[in-house]
Design a protein around this ligand. Structure first.
Ligand code: ZN
Length: 46
């Protein structure tokens, strides 16, 4: 039985440090627009 660190079905919003593009992804990624790093935007789940 594997114990994963995160839920792969759980998406988070990530905002680009450089251009502000926001994407939803299951993992931290790079900006699709400019390739810069992105930070996790914690969005409240209702
Ligand atoms: Zn960007």
């Amino acid at each position: 039985m594997k114990d994963v660190q995160f839920n792969p079905a759980e998406e988070s919003s990530y905002e680009c440090f450089n251009c502000g593009t926001v994407v939803r992804s299951t993992t931290q990624t790079r900006c699709p627009e400019c390739g810069a790093g992105m930070r996790n935007r914690r969005t409240p789940i209702e």
